[in-house]
Design a protein around this ligand. Structure first.
Ligand code: PAF
Length: 282
């Protein structure tokens, strides 16, 4: 595996590969990899001749009050995981290299970014879209793989690519879970042993909503109340940031379940803010 850290090097290498007729699949990450990232790399390996993984903790998607400085980091482990998963090129630029001091250009999809995580993280998706656009411009991937755990992120990136005619195919990959059902996330590292033992109840709460929908419950308010009650009973220390039933494409909030919908949640537990989602249907 080749490791490149300057913008000039990655740009030059990828443009040489494209000139040779090679296809490229990109897996953008912020490092501290887990099996969910490995599944994205495995998918990328099936799609293209060359797999590029970026490893960059993007400062512009963190608000000043958030965990940028504390974000978990283990370069050696990440290097061996990316290499073992079949990565050809690892791109890991230093933060100062990715943004000019007077960076002034942003890519935004405000309509899709205003709800769900956007309520408590109003500048987050603008940072994500901007860094993903920069990575696309540097690497020129034919495919880019993103996990369905970050459902809003995936939907926003698909829309950005469609609206701006970016020449890349976005590939959504299934959420990967721990054996007990907890959605894999680098931020699970923040959980204490006790919190980690209770965290799978987030998934169980969502499965409970799926059961309610199958039994005929269509009211979003009743589903939200049931999730809140389930969490209060099973993880009293947790605080729900949001639970929201939305249209799977537009992310518009739904009052009533018609056919199918995504229920997305964010739950604070100790120092972690945990995301999960489920596609429910009648
Ligand atoms: O999902 C992530 O890890 C990040 O938001 C991404 C897509 C790598 C952009 O920094």
């Amino acid at each position: 595996m080749e490791i490149l850290s300057t913008l000039e090097d990655i740009k030059k290498r990828c443009s040489e590969l494209k000139k040779q007729g090679k296809t490229i699949a990109l897996v953008p990450t912020m490092g501290f990899l887990h099996a969910g990232h490995v599944s994205l790399i495995t998918k990328a390996r099936q799609l293209a001749d060359i797999v590029v993984v970026s490893r960059f903790v993007n400062p512009t998607q963190f608000a000043p009050t958030e965990d940028l400085d504390a974000y978990p980091n283990d370069p050696e482990r990440d290097h061996s995981m990316t290499a073992n998963a079949g990565t050809d090129i690892l791109f890991e630029p230093p933060a100062a290299a990715m943004y000019y001091a007077d960076h002034a250009t942003w890519v935004e999809v405000p309509e899709l970014a205003k709800g769900l995580c956007g309520i408590t993280r109003p500048t987050h998706f603008r940072g994500v879209c901007t860094v993903v656009t920069k990575l696309f411009n540097l690497i020129q991937p034919d495919f880019a793989c993103f996990g369905e755990k970050d459902y809003q992120q995936l939907t926003i990136i698909r829309r950005m690519v469609r609206d701006l005619n970016m020449p890349v195919e976005i590939v959504g990959c299934p959420l990967v879970r721990e054996e007990d059902g907890l959605a894999m996330s680098s931020r699970n590292a923040y959980l204490t042993k006790e919190e980690r033992a209770l965290a799978p109840h987030i998934r169980k709460g969502l499965l409970h909503l799926q059961d309610m929908a199958k039994q005929g419950e269509c009211s979003a308010q009743k589903l939200y109340a049931a999730f809140a009650e389930y969490i209060a009973d099973n993880i009293p220390a947790a605080r729900i940031d949001y639970v929201s039933m939305v249209d799977e494409d537009s992310l518009a909030p739904l009052e009533t379940l018609k056919d199918r919908a995504v229920v997305a949640v964010a739950v604070y537990l100790g120092k972690a803010r945990l995301l999960d989602n489920i596609l429910i249907s009648k």
